[in-house]
Design a protein around this ligand. Structure first.
Ligand SMILES: [Zn+2]
Ligand SMILES: [Zn+2]
Length: 298
């Protein structure tokens, strides 16, 4: 599965693909400072108590370089000779942040969930901020993945940044399949109970699933108790395309039409790009995304 073949089959996603590509191009121009790895022994007690890595004062990870990368990305987009909404919103954000000597810190606080200093266009700021922050902390996430004892986490929020999952993935293991929850912000994937709802934490023994023909192993798993759902990739090998969240926004529409609730964390509730993309999907022929049946998930 390549991004291009996916877009050929889902032409209504092209506006989002172009937005994503424009942001990725600008982000690629920004140098990535080296991130210092924490002392894992210092962090161990916090980890066992459920404190996420980035929120742990014992791990003491300095995120300000990532915040400065985000400010640089906003500036780059603000100065681009574009008349589109992205440049317009980036200009407004840049005008707000530029006079603030603590702008980098403010961005970091917003990314970690503090809404108190949220500027206008905070949705765009979270999206742009996580795009570069994920690059900055990439080596830390890799090291954390190999240090972390998955059996000692099993929590519904991301062990790295604390976000609720954006999606899930079922992967094969020796005795069946295990479920990973996928963070849409920092990119961490972590293990969670197969039948447990990460939103209301009910264990219904089985989640229900809506399968969608022609969607390359994507399906919608949902909880009967709270009607929260997670888009789930039942496969391996196309993670970069199929776990990107925006590449399956049409499934969010299918879920909404069935009265299911998006409780998953999203970086893509950006107006007007998101609204524009959804209206394109609504107008398009959704036969490719016609649910086949509800059935217990396997
Ligand atoms: Zn995360
Ligand atoms: Zn639930």
């Amino acid at each position: 599965m390549t991004p291009e073949s996916w877009l050929e089959a889902h032409a209504y996603l092209r506006p989002l693909a172009e937005l994503s590509a424009e942001v990725e191009r600008a982000a690629a121009e920004i140098a990535i400072p080296e991130a210092r790895l924490p002392d894992w022994d210092d962090y161990r007690d916090d980890f066992l108590a459920g404190v996420t890595l980035l929120q742990s004062t014992a791990a003491a990870i300095d995120l300000d370089p990532g915040g400065r990368m985000a400010a640089a990305l906003i500036e780059r987009l603000a100065l681009a000779p574009s008349s589109g909404w992205l440049a317009a919103e980036a200009r407004a954000l840049h005008a707000e942040l530029q006079p603030d000597p603590h702008a980098a810190r403010r961005i970091v606080d917003l990314l970690l969930g503090d809404q108190s200093a949220a500027p206008p266009f905070a949705g765009l700021m979270r999206y742009l901020g996580w795009t570069v922050m994920a690059r900055f902390i990439g080596p830390i996430v890799v090291a954390f993945n190999s240090w972390r004892d998955e059996e000692k986490w099993h929590r519904r929020y991301c062990p790295t940044c604390g976000s609720l999952p954006a999606m899930a993935q079922l992967v094969a293991e020796e005795h069946g399949r295990l479920r990973l929850l996928c963070c849409g912000c920092c990119g961490t994937r972590w293990r969670y109970g197969r039948t447990m709802c990460p939103f209301c934490q009910a264990d219904t023994q089985r989640l229900s699933a809506v399968t969608v023909e022609g969607e390359s192993g994507l399906r919608i798993d949902y909880c009967e108790a709270c009607r929260g759902y997670l888009k789930t990739y039942v496969g391996e090998g196309s993670e970069s395309v199929l776990l990107a969240d925006w590449t399956s926004l049409h499934l969010d529409l299918v879920a909404a039409q069935r009265g299911l609730k998006r409780e998953a964390a999203s970086l893509y509730d950006l107006d007007p790009a998101f609204a524009g993309a959804l209206s394109l999907i609504e107008r398009s022929d959704l036969t490719a995304a016609t649910p086949q049946a509800d059935r217990p998930s396997t």
